[in-house]
Ligand binder design. Structure first.
Ligand code: NAP
Length: 359
């Protein structure tokens, strides 16, 4: 039987942990080989490339960069085109816009012998939007070859809509969802883009406010739903976790205890008695996979409240976004789906120990 090969492009905030996760769990996930592409030979990045190779992943670069990597003591095993030609699934983890130009420049040339291509967060328009557990039913084998894993905050607001409204009577129960995404300025892996003070975002999208609600609308639309969603965003001068304030209005009578029960029943939702992004983040550092938990949201019990509103019920609260865990889970799930849609559900259960009921 042919080897099953997953190739990751980019070794940044998302690529680096994704390559490690795929390499560590490859047997259980049904993957024979993990390859990864790094573009720039940098002494500061040598340690991560060495460690990913040590964990079993094969290092790929462009032919023009072989010499540069050799000069810093790293030996690429494969060249970019060779790796793309070998791969069954390609997961693009490059910044905004690069995935789409990679699609035009490279991926379409290898679509005849590749099961599928996946891109991250900011690649709106790359392919069908996907978040693990939200719209798996919308994936169509033989039709979907390009999948866009939605951003971390989009995962979070979608799982809130799913648990608070849809899990209690389906789309008929949902009236509207409003969200304020309170984002960290940069990731602890990044030296740039820190800000000295909170910075508010504009509402560039007239209908949805920011891309978070827009992307969630498109995600649910793959299931035929048209939900009233609106989001705002601001950045805080922190490197820890994103935080979201939400207001979801439902038709059916509900209480905060009912909402907690529904959240407990969903393994992608974690509840917590902690109130700070720092302590929730720190739990991940101690109990996750190299610091990451794979839950799509962490909801502090005490912030949940319900009030009667215009003939319905408004559920209000705060939650934290395990930012890269979201994208990692959906990327692995989508890759496993491409490899074998019949068995992917069962294979991704291998990641079960990285989900927590309580943080
Ligand atoms: N950060 C998060 O928490 C998060 C969460 C969800 C989704 N996302 C999404 O994930 C994607 C990647 O974000 P990130 O934060 O991981 O980015 P990042 O940390 O800036 O890393 C970018 C990586 O892409 C590589 N790269 C850049 N341009 C390239 C090109 N033209 N060809 C090949 N490789 C290239 C860089 O390689 P070199 O360094 O070798 O040049 C680097 O390894 C974005 O779409 C983002 O929206 C991020």
């Amino acid at each position: 039987m042919a080897k099953k090969v997953v190739h990751v492009v980019g070794t940044g905030t998302i690529g680096e942990p994704l390559i490690g996760l795929l390499a560590d769990f490859r047997d259980a996930l049904g993957i024979d080989e993990v390859t990864f592409h790094k573009r720039t030979p940098l002494l500061t990045d040598r340690s991560k490339v060495r460690n990913l190779i040590r964990r079993g992943a094969r290092f790929v670069t462009d032919s023009k960069s072989f010499e540069g990597f050799r000069e810093i003591g790293l030996d690429p095993e494969l060249e970019t085109h060779e790796a793309l030609d070998n791969a069954d699934v390609v997961i693009d983890c490059t910044p905004s816009g690069v995935g789409t130009s990679n699609k035009q420049e490279y991926y379409q040339r290898f679509s005849h012998n590749t099961l599928g291509f996946i891109a991250q967060g900011s690649e709106f328009g790359f392919g069908k939007p996907y978040a693990r557990g939200i719209n798996d039913a919308a994936l169509v084998r033989g039709e979907d070859q390009y999948i866009h894993v939605v951003s971390c905050n989009t995962h979070n607001l979608s799982v809130l809509v799913e648990t608070i409204a849809l899990a209690d009577g389906g789309p008929e129960n949902f009236v509207s969802g409003r969200f304020v995404c309170i984002r960290r300025a940069n990731d602890i892996s990044q030296d740039t883009s820190f800000i000295p003070a909170p910075e508010v975002g504009s509402h560039k999208d007239r209908r949805f406010g920011t891309h978070h609600a827009r992307d969630a609308w498109h995600l649910f639309n793959t299931l035929g739903l048209e939900l009233d969603l609106y989001s705002s965003a601001l950045k805080l001068n922190t490197q820890y976790m994103h935080t979201i304030w939400f207001s979801i209005i439902v038709r059916n009578k509900t209480t905060a205890d009912d909402v907690v029960d529904r959240m407990r029943a969903n393994d992608r939702v974690a509840l917590t008695h902690k109130r700070s992004a720092g302590t929730v983040f720190s739990f991940g550092r101690d109990h996750g996979h190299y610091g990451r938990i794979l839950n799509q949201t962490v909801v502090p019990h005490d912030t949940l409240t319900v009030r009667e509103h215009d003939g319905g019920y408004e559920v209000v609260g705060f939650c934290f976004t395990p930012q890269d865990g979201n994208a990692l889970l959906s990327s692995v799930a989508a890759a496993c789906w491409f490899l074998d849609p019949e068995t992917y559900e069962q294979r991704i259960q291998a990641l079960g120990s990285l989900f927590f009921d309580e943080v």
